[in-house]
Design a protein around this ligand. Structure first.
Ligand code: MSP
Length: 526
């Protein structure tokens, strides 16, 4: 049953990236990850929405812009455009790109702040704390490493003394714990839930504004212009402001249709902000909670953390250019499989080449190519009616499709990719076992035709499953197999390839060429 896992609507988001630098492979990992989930669910849902964007306020932007001698907004415009360009290059099919400097976003954030202030969830309080501008957050002295540095950024936080507004996070502690415990799939992968429960033990109320005299580049508090809204309320709210949330309940059609979000896709470093702060804010606003929050791992380069000081930061564009890639499919596929579910992964030139050459060229691409060539050689590219019969591969394809959908329900795209390549392996084994070339040699043409048909028919299902990872390759497969790559899973029939002339010799083209350039010896960084 191909239609059992269909859903009505699907809304997915990425983290919004800070714009004080250019996008790198780590940012790209998350956007590719989310795009793959999105494209898969487009095949299962009637209506879909994919939100990404840039997070543009805060002290870091203010300082960087000052050093460059430009305004913060000018810096944001330049850098935000770089993120958009990168996502275009990677075929990221977002529905909306939000910028936290968008006027409508700023207005809704101000309204949210005022609502929380009015109902007593936000209060004013004098405070001295340790502020890390890398994290854009106050750190608890307990969280620092042995040298007194931020464990993520390796820098000493600044001591800041201010009168700020605070959000009553502690008020929501018990409700959040209860929600996490009662909803085992709420935080994914499930091994991360305990981490969050531990963090909840030590939470305190959080600062949600800064004095304008120390941070200017932020959204002004409407009722107190001496303060700007501190980045996390601003940033997290993007998930609802982008849809048209309204504090008075006059929500837009998009908000009514798409909220609650199906998946928030974020990195493991910002899970606390999403599964504690954001959840508390939503509870305070009386807004329904997200269905699932998925924390992915981090990507290293040749096993090293990417950092400007090490000089090993790689931009997706650099990889595309080094290999002269005509489309981003191989990079997308590699990134999707570079890390096991929720774990860290690694990019290396050698692994990239080996993985995509093995799976996409030798395994999948070759199988299609040689099967089509045999169809042309033995049958002049024609599928005869008698080739079409029910077969075990049909059942297998249906089972794997269900398995893949279940992995996608848990955002586990690496396991899903392995299951798809497993199906390609089976098809290759089937061809080698049945040896259609021997059947043809022995003039068992009906048998030979059946084998070729079964493989080509399976390739349709494989193309539909691999499309979210490799949209261009899948489209090239669909063009040769003569079907519409944009159909939903519920439209899949057991026999997708129809009788009649399928293809001529001239139409057959490899869908993926092996990567041969040697990037490793000549690596460029951003
Ligand atoms: N602006 C905040 C997020 C606000 S969401 C309401 C932020 N920005 S960020 O630019 O630092 O990171 C954006 C996303 O990229 C995060 O989810 C982060 O985990 C991810 N990554 C940044 N570097 C990464 C790797 N090296 N590998 C994988 N993902 C990484 O945090």
């Amino acid at each position: 049953m191909y239609n059992q896992l269909m859903i009505e609507k699907f809304y997915i988001t990425t983290a919004i990236d800070y714009v004080n630098g250019a996008p790198h492979i780590g940012h790209a990992y998350e956007k590719i990850y989310t795009d793959i989930l999105f494209r898969h669910f487009k095949k299962r849902a009637k209506e879909t929405f994919f939100l990404t964007g840039t997070d543009e306020h805060g002290i870091k932007i203010q300082k960087t812009a000052k050093n460059m001698g430009i305004t913060p907004k000018e810096l944001c415009d330049i850098n935000s455009a770089q993120f958009k360009d990168a996502w275009k290059l990677l075929d990221i099919e977002y529905s909306k790109f939000i910028r936290t400097t968008d006027e409508d976003h700023k207005k809704i954030v101000q309204d949210i702040f005022e609502k929380l202030l009015k109902q007593g969830d936000i209060y004013k309080h004098s405070y001295t704390g340790l502020y890390c501008s890398g994290c854009e957050t106050f750190l608890n002295p307990k969280d620092l490493d042995e040298n007194g540095n931020c464990p993520i950024h390796g820098k000493k936080p600044e001591e800041v003394s201010e009168e700020n507004y605070f959000f009553k996070l502690t008020k929501y502690k018990d409700k959040i714990i209860e929600h996490i415990k009662n909803n085992p799939g709420f935080i994914l992968p499930e091994f991360r839930a305990n981490e969050v429960l531990n963090q909840l033990e030590n939470i305190e109320d959080i600062s949600v504004s800064r004095m304008k005299s120390s941070v200017e580049w932020g959204i002004e508090v409407k009722s107190d212009p001496s303060q700007v809204i501190y980045v996390w309320i601003d940033a997290l709210s993007n998930y609802i402001t982008a849809l048209g949330y309204d504090v008075n309940g006059n929500h837009s059609e998009n908000f009514k249709k798409f909220w609650p979000v199906n998946f928030h896709i974020i990195g493991k470093d910002i899970l606390k902000f999403h599964s504690i702060y954001w959840i508390a804010i939503l509870m305070a606003l009386g807004v329904e909670l997200p269905k699932e929050i998925y924390a992915h791992g981090w990507i290293t380069i040749d096993q090293n953390k990417m950092s400007k000081s090490t000089g090993n930061v790689i931009a997706p564009k650099t990889v595309m250019e080094a290999y002269e890639l005509q489309c981003p499919d191989s990079l997308r596929y590699f990134m999707a499989t570079a890390a096991a579910n929720g774990k860290d992964g690694n990019y290396s030139d050698i692994d990239f080449k080996e993985k995509v050459n093995a799976d996409l060229a030798n395994n999948m691409g070759n199988l299609l190519n040689r099967t089509l060539n045999m169809l042309v050689k033995y049958f002049d590219g024609e599928i005869k009616e008698e080739f079409i019969a029910d077969n075990d591969l049909n059942k297998k394809a249906e089972d794997i499709t269900t398995e893949v959908q279940k992995y996608f329900d848990k955002c586990d795209i690496a396991s899903a990719a392995n299951a798809i390549i497993g199906l390609v392996d089976e098809a290759n084994k089937y061809v080698n076992d049945t040896a259609p070339w021997s059947l043809a040699k022995n003039e068992q043409m009906a048998e030979c035709g059946k084998v070729l048909y079964n493989v080509l028919n399976l390739m349709v299902k494989i193309a539909l499953l691999i499309e979210p990872y490799c949209p261009n390759i899948a489209k090239a497969m669909a063009d040769q197999l003569k079907f519409d790559i944009n159909i939903k899973y519920s439209e899949i029939q057991p026999n997708m390839v129809k009788s009649g002339k399928l293809i001529s010799k001239e139409e057959i083209a490899p869908v993926f060429l092996r990567l041969d350039s040697d990037f490793a010896t000549n690596k460029k960084t951003v």
